[in-house]
Ligand binder design. Structure first.
Ligand code: ZN
Length: 417
């Protein structure tokens, strides 16, 4: 086992650990770990709500989830010799659920969860159709996931970190804050909001000196969006064997990682659409000096995905175009087209007996493939979503006998405001 450089004790909150991580991006958050190019090491990661979501049959915890306090990130990890302009090479050697008790209170100890976030607390990709909170708890058996809340499916997880990235420079952080504030100003009262400005409340800034806390917390960027430093990209294909090349913006690069997912469909559509878990990740780091200019990498990390994806070979695919549910034609709107493709898949699965919410949760959590199939054929963009047929215990394909009706079980736990 590689050396454990960032340990987390499952019995203690994130802020009471030997090394305290962070939940904001800022160049002045001090490195907690120091490694060298070529080093291999293990990092523990807490699930993104630090234990607020329980393995039970109520969605109250999703409805009330403390969004201001996400994401709990392990790090920063400084890499000796890294300078602004370099590329930080990060190999994902291995990752998985918490390697401790078989069943315990924290997500990752044999189980994980997917939430549909209510419009008033985060929302999601289809929040107009799904305004309330729902939850599915998933049980892990090796690489497979099943859920009492979405019965008759079983799939191989595509395990990956939802969030990994390097610290921004002060100049880059300033650009983020300026451009995101300008967007918020176009509709400041919108629910859910257009973007999340810096927020002092609930900011966790590692070992930063108390005297600096107020200033840094009021400048530090929230971790929800992906940005030039990588961040919360939620790319399901960052599996074992992946190599990522991150731009370096500060001395030491200051890499951080968290938000591990047992599995996720493309788009992470229910907002917390992945199967969220705490766990471990083993990394190897290296440097390409001056790699940012050499390879033109400044606008987001580049990566070579791992080759340990689930091996599904047959899919049932659904398409959508850029026409609203009310029948209004939009111009090449790929976001809308992917919404329509997902709604099409949800409608289809309800014909077998699932509730729309069970189908939505499944699309968020299972290793479904989402594609922008056509983006040039005016006026309709075409997006598609591919469901592996083998994850269903029944024949999900259309046929002359009509859909097999399944028992949807107890359904997904629900809570409204
Ligand atoms: Zn996540």
């Amino acid at each position: 086992m590689p050396e454990l450089v960032f340990p987390l004790d499952s019995t203690k909150p994130f802020t009471e650990q030997v090394l305290v991580g962070h939940n904001r991006w800022h160049p002045e958050i001090p490195a907690q770990v120091h490694v060298k190019p070529g080093d291999e090491f293990r990092v523990h990661c807490r699930e993104w709500f630090d234990g607020a979501i329980r393995n039970d049959d109520s969605a109250d915890d999703i409805r009330d989830a403390p969004l201001d306090a996400v994401h709990r990130l392990s790090g920063p990890i400084a890499v000796e010799g890294a300078k602004p302009g370099d590329l930080l090479v990060v190999d994902i050697l291995d990752l998985g659920p918490i390697p401790q008790e078989d069943s315990g209170p924290l997500a990752g100890q044999g189980w994980g969860y997917t939430g549909i976030f209510p419009t008033k607390n985060g929302g999601g990709f289809l929040t107009e159709q799904f305004p309330d909170a729902y939850k599915a708890v998933w049980d892990f058996s090796g690489q497979r996931a099943t859920s009492r809340h979405v019965p008759h499916v079983s799939f191989t997880g595509i395990t990956h970190p939802g969030l990994m990235g390097t610290a921004p420079s002060a100049e880059l952080l300033g650009r983020w804050n300026t451009r995101e504030a300008a967007l918020i100003a176009t509709d400041p009262e919108r629910v859910p909001p257009l973007a999340l400005p810096p927020l002092r409340k609930d900011a966790i800034l590692g070992s930063l000196a108390e005297a600096e806390y107020d200033r840094v917390a009021s400048e530090a960027a929230r971790t929800a969006p992906p940005r030039e430093n990588g961040g919360n990209q939620d790319i399901k294909n960052l599996t074992r064997g992946t190599r990522v090349f991150y731009p370096v913006f500060v001395d030491g690069a200051n890499l951080s990682v968290g938000d591990l997912h047992f599995s996720q469909g493309d788009g992470e559509i229910t907002f917390c659409g992945a199967i969220e878990m705490g766990g471990f990740i083993d990394l190897r780091v290296d440097l390409i000096k001056d790699g940012m200019s050499t390879y033109g990498v400044g606008e987001n990390a580049i990566f070579m995905p791992g080759n340990t994806d689930p091996q599904y070979s047959e899919f049932l695919a659904f398409s959508g175009t850029s026409v609203t549910l009310e029948g209004e034609q939009r111009y090449l709107d790929s976001h809308l087209a992917y919404q329509r493709a997902c709604l099409h898949a949800i409608d289809y699965l309800t014909a077998f007996g699932y509730s729309p919410e069970q189908a939505y949760l499944l699309l968020g959590a299972a290793p479904i493939e989402g594609r922008l199939s056509g983006v040039v054929d005016i006026p309709n963009a075409c997006a598609t979503v591919y469901l592996p047929t083998a994850m269903f215990e029944f024949d999900v394909r259309p046929g002359p006998g009509g859909p097999t009706r399944i028992d949807p079980g107890q359904g997904a736990p629900h809570s409204a405001f």
